[in-house]
Design a protein around this ligand. Sequence first.
Ligand SMILES: Cc1cc2nc3c(=O)[nH]c(=O)nc-3n(C[C@H](O)[C@H](O)[C@H](O)COP(=O)(O)O)c2cc1C
Length: 498
Amino acid sequence: MSIRRRINDLRDWIKCLEEAGELRRITAEVDWDEELGAITRMVSANAGPALLFENIKDYKGTTFNRLFTNGLGSKKRLNLALGLPEDFDDRKVVATLKNKLMQRVETKKVNHGPVKENIISGDKINLFDLPVPRWNFLDGGRYINTLSCQVTMDPDTKLMNVGMYRGMIGSKNSIPVLLCAPQHWGTHFAKYRDRGEEMPIAVVYGWHPVLLMVAATAVSHPGCSEYEVAGALRQSPVELVKCETSDLWVPASAEIVIEGKISSDPSTFEMEGPFAEYVGYYGGAASPKHVIRVDCITHRNNPIFRGGLEGGTPGSWAEPYYWHPQCKCAVIWNYLESLNIAKILGVWASPITRGTDVRVQIETTYRGQAKQVAHAIWGSHLMNYTGKLLIVVDEDIDVFSDEAVEWALAYRVNAARGDVEIAHGCIGTNLDPSIPLNERDSVKYGHGTWSPVFIDATIDWNLEPQAQYGNKRFPPKASEISPKMEEFVKRRWQEYGL
Ligand SMILES: Cc1cc2nc3c(=O)[nH]c(=O)nc-3n(C[C@H](O)[C@H](O)[C@H](O)COP(=O)(O)O)c2cc1C
């Protein structure tokens, strides 16, 4: 049986990591306040092991006394989670995800599951009972929703969405969150608000790692939720149980589920932020935000809390940098392919930018095609946190090679000839520190404003054909050797003593 088949939930994943030598259990006492985050940051910076903290200060002997993190904090473990050969490179992983994300496996609804072993409601709810770290020393609070999955439902279609959105503990039963209108839970929220209703929400902590991948990815097939796509990624149906306080459904073997409601009444808002964010800086300053009011917590016996860091910088990646770009690029690739405007040969985003820069490799068949590709991305839902810099290259430039892309940028781009375009006033992000504070208004702009840049790094078909080079517009590559000479030199190679 393949490893992927054996992974059903977080506990199987931890077991699988331990067998593969990819897990460290930390039994020394560790403080949830800064220390746990600092250890995780130092480990994930070097693609170190997954970590299971088993002795967290103030939580020893209590119900919630363990925390798992950095599970997907290396490319090897990403491959392991997807059941792929451990040395699969980025191109192969993105291509695999591209295919898998288009598939779906129906969910299985069950009446009971381990996540219902314990049910906490009413006055017994106290979020401070969970070993939630203050991950970074300047964080505005203890971030409970990091690598967790938020489930909401479209009140019209009844389709569930699973997304990943940050949130910190506000009080013993409240979680202020960063709720942005263009995200799928934002579109659900607007519908409940317009009906004068609160939005039910469930937050899932600790399950199969593929749920994290689909939650953080703009999977949006009509009539299909992330649960079906997660089923396709793990090749077996996701078993779901119904929530106690709403019509939402959650994985039956999740470690912990928090159920609650979000109101649109500003008087319920609580302060949230900042947090060490994906841009590599603290982001989302402290301000009043929407709140998940917690109605119920269900959990397994001996629950394991799941969380993780954001905010990588060059040379110091946090967990999502190892897997999030691959997921995003797979979705962009599928989307572009669905438009039938160009043969897409590859999509990649330099991981440190997490998709803020996106590069697309196409088979160019007419001038202007690269621009069409860029405009298609700018006009799509995928612009959430993505595509501030779009680079399109020809088929001979490997989009997964920084060197190849930089070479194309250096010599195939002529700004004077329209190869660089800026689209002012587009959707951007509220977390990008290059944007003035007044333009980082989530209510007014959805997130913030960007003036994204498109660079056409394909060969300009308007350049003059050069007779001396067979009427090609670009000269031959300098590293080319005539086939006759190459064959001759190869034959004599040993004679040269090389
Ligand atoms: C660790 C992590 C935290 C994230 N936090 C947020 C957040 O607070 N708000 C947000 O709008 N997007 C956040 N994102 C990005 C979304 O998860 C991503 O845009 C995803 O596509 C959202 O799901 P949706 O497309 O179903 O709305 C986060 C991503 C990761 C990996």
